[in-house]
Design a protein around this ligand. Structure first.
Ligand code: CUV
Length: 660
């Protein structure tokens, strides 16, 4: 057994079969030369559990785990499989799925809660480090929270004059109401009304408008406790409440308040891939999700005394680069470089050039501590929710009330580590330029004021067929799937067929590395109609809208398209489809579900843990379309995956009476 274990752990991934990204291939080869094990190696030596993969392993009580795989020869006649308590495969898979929605919604929403708390502190002028940057956006969202932006006062002659309220008073009221959305027990979250009217009314009719963000997540945990909800339809209904509470609630509030505090993204240039690191600079990577931290590190790393301090240690300057969704946040707002997406986190350290990797929450692999141990990199954890048990990580807690000082301490720690590099680093040369930052406000502001105006003729071009439809392609990397490969195949296939792509998360980064986020790529990759539109407007064919919480921007963009007219009354009428070709996190499941119940056909790659429960799978993949107009699908082959999206787009075009 020991020998078997030995040989299993020494199996190595083939770098060229692991990724389509040259920098990743080079660094994986270096890791292997350096005898450093990465997720790619572990993926070849450890196989996933077949029963868990089907979604039918139940371990919610201690009488199990009860394992209910599909019989090898399939189900003949009645499906008699059941757990000790009698739970059917449907109940088990639905409960497991629901818990993924709960965890995903909790992650986004806890992020949003933190933002709302800091926003309220800023509104009350309780911190010097954060303030109100985008007043216009605050004024736009205040009415959604039923906060008045003006006040009626008496004029000098007794007449009534409408006056603007103090911006910080408005912010405080918005902050209080936004924060109240988490603990609200009854009624409806405010942002549900932002959806197209038909969608909001459908949700009301179906009784799925979230009462409060936390409440719906807690209720999933209760319902999926042993012996509670045993009807998968009813479990899915609760998933819907929690997922809407994520997409239209916690995530949307996070996006909006971040925009108000840090600025709404507008098109800007950036660079991506491990080649953004510099041999002669202090390299700091911020990795994780919450811009509360990274925004302050941006400020701290640009302070003259910090730059001078770096020079005093022999460096020429400081490179601050992002990883995962933190990267998307600082890229879209400041044009700061991205070092890579999820599967590149260990490999960034393997360059030997990263002086500190600063992490907060979500998508941080525990193994970065082991990899860092082989080089000089300091892993700095910053969030009390997320520590790594290792003798080699440093915890510098980031307190928003002392934000800039904490950020300076973190930057200084990185600089102090610069002289400890183990000789010459090996930085891949690969990096790509990109244009990013397409918030829906940016599209409105820069491109004509309306989605149907003469400058941003999206609706008109969908109607006239130059653009066939809209694809939202998002989500993670997954070590079970060749790095970036499915992302790029799906996106390129959509572009070739004149489908414009909106993107966030690790898909955005895959597209950036492959050059798809540059306006010039339109004529290379797009069908003639889409290429013409992109060239006329001067935009890339893939619009980078931000991080995972910014999937809420895609919901709002879809809503704007509906409101601009000519393409039906609801999101489910649009020639649009969603996709997560390489998903891996529970957040992706919550995102997938809020897209589905917002009316979007949503296809996942890799696999979905529902296949062991055929009736539950049918509910998600087919029956939901009759209820919400959107449904789940899972197609591993990326070409077929894109074709299914295109077929759905064509079905919607036909229903609207449009050609093609
Ligand atoms: Ni939040 S959730 S791997 S960083 S997109 Fe990338 Fe994006 Fe998935 Fe994580």
């Amino acid at each position: 057994a020991a020998a078997a274990e030995e040989s299993a752990s020494t199996k190595k991934a083939d770098p060229k079969a692991s990724s389509v990204d040259i920098a990743t291939i080079q660094m994986l080869a270096k890791a292997q030369r350096d005898n450093v094990e990465t997720i790619f190696d572990r993926a070849v030596s450890m196989k996933p559990c077949n029963i868990g993969e089907q979604g039918t392993c139940c371990k919610i009580c201690s009488q199990g785990p009860c394992r209910l795989p599909l019989p090898k020869k399939g189900i003949e006649g009645k499906d008699t499989r059941k757990g000790l308590c009698g739970a059917t495969p449907e109940t088990i898979a639905a409960r497991n799925f629901a818990r993924m929605v709960a965890a995903g919604a909790a992650a986004h929403s806890d992020h949003g809660r933190g933002v709302a708390e800091v926003f309220l502190t800023a509104a009350r002028k309780g911190t010097h480090d954060y303030g109100i940057k985008d007043e216009q956006k605050l004024l736009e969202i205040a009415p959604d929270f039923e906060v008045p932006t003006t006040v009626i006062v008496d004029g000098p002659n007794g007449e009534k004059i409408e006056q603007m309220r103090d911006i910080y008073d408005i912010a405080e009221e918005v902050g209080v109401k936004a924060l109240g959305q988490w603990g609200q027990q009854d009624g409806e979250i405010y942002n549900a009304k932002r959806a197209p009217k038909a969608r909001y009314e459908l949700w009301r009719k179906l009784d799925v408008v979230p009462r409060g963000i936390d409440r719906e997540i807690v209720e999933i945990m209760h319902r999926t406790h042993m012996g509670v909800d045993q009807d998968y339809h009813n479990i899915v209904k609760q998933c819907t409440r929690a997922a809407i509470g994520d997409g239209w609630g916690g995530s949307m509030i996070a996006t909006d308040l971040q925009d108000i505090m840090f600025g709404t993204p507008y098109p800007t240039q950036g660079e991506i891939n491990l080649g953004v690191l510099k041999q002669d600079h202090v390299n700091i990577i911020v990795h994780g999700h919450e811009p509360l931290l990274s925004e302050m590190i941006v400020v701290a790393s640009q302070l003259p005394d910090m730059v001078d301090y770096a020079k005093s240690k022999g460096a020429h300057g400081i490179v601050l680069a992002g990883m995962c969704c933190t990267a998307n946040e600082i890229l879209c707002r400041h044009g700061l470089p991205i070092a890579g997406n999820y599967l590149q986190q260990e490999l960034a350290i393997v360059t030997g050039a990263v002086d500190a990797m600063v992490v907060d929450v979500q998508c941080i692999m525990e193994n970065i501590a082991n990899v860092a141990d082989c080089y000089h990199t300091k892993i700095i954890t910053t969030n009390p929710r997320a520590m790594i048990e290792s003798g080699h990580t440093t915890h510098i807690e980031f307190d928003e009330h002392n934000a800039l000082e904490d950020a300076k301490k973190i930057v200084k720690t990185a600089i102090d580590n610069f002289p400890n590099r183990h000789g010459e680093a090996m930085i891949p040369s690969a990096k790509e330029k990109m244009v990013v930052g397409f918030s829906y406000e940016a599209i409105n502001y820069h491109l004509g004021g309306t989605f149907r105006g003469s400058y941003w003729p999206l609706n008109d071009n969908i109607i006239n067929g130059r653009i066939r439809g809209i694809g939202g392609v998002v989500g993670c990397n997954n070590a079970r799937s060749m790095h970036d490969s499915a992302h790029l195949t799906v996106v390129k296939e959509l572009l070739k067929n004149d489908v414009i792509v909106l993107t966030t998360g690790c898909n955005a980064m895959a597209c950036g590395k492959a050059g798809l986020l540059s306006p010039e790529s339109a004529k290379v990759f797009c069908g003639p109609g889409l290429a013409e539109v992109c060239e006329t407007v001067g935009i890339p064919p893939v619009l980078h809208m931000g991080s995972c919480v910014d999937n809420s921007r895609i919901l709002m963009a879809a809503t704007q398209v509906v409101k601009a007219g000519g393409l039906g009354k609801d999101i489910s009428d649009l020639p649009a489809a969603g996709s997560a070709p390489e998903w891996m996190s529970e957040k992706a499941i919550s995102i997938g579900h809020y897209f589905v119940v917002s009316g979007v056909y949503t296809v996942f790659g890799v696999g979905l843990p529902v296949t062991g429960a055929p009736r539950f799978q049918k509910h998600l993949f087919e029956e939901l379309e009759g209820i919400y107009g959107g449904m789940w699908d899972m197609i591993v082959d990326p070409y077929e995956h894109a074709q299914a999206m295109i077929r759905h787009i064509d079905k919607k075009r036909a229903a609207l009476g449009l050609d093609k």
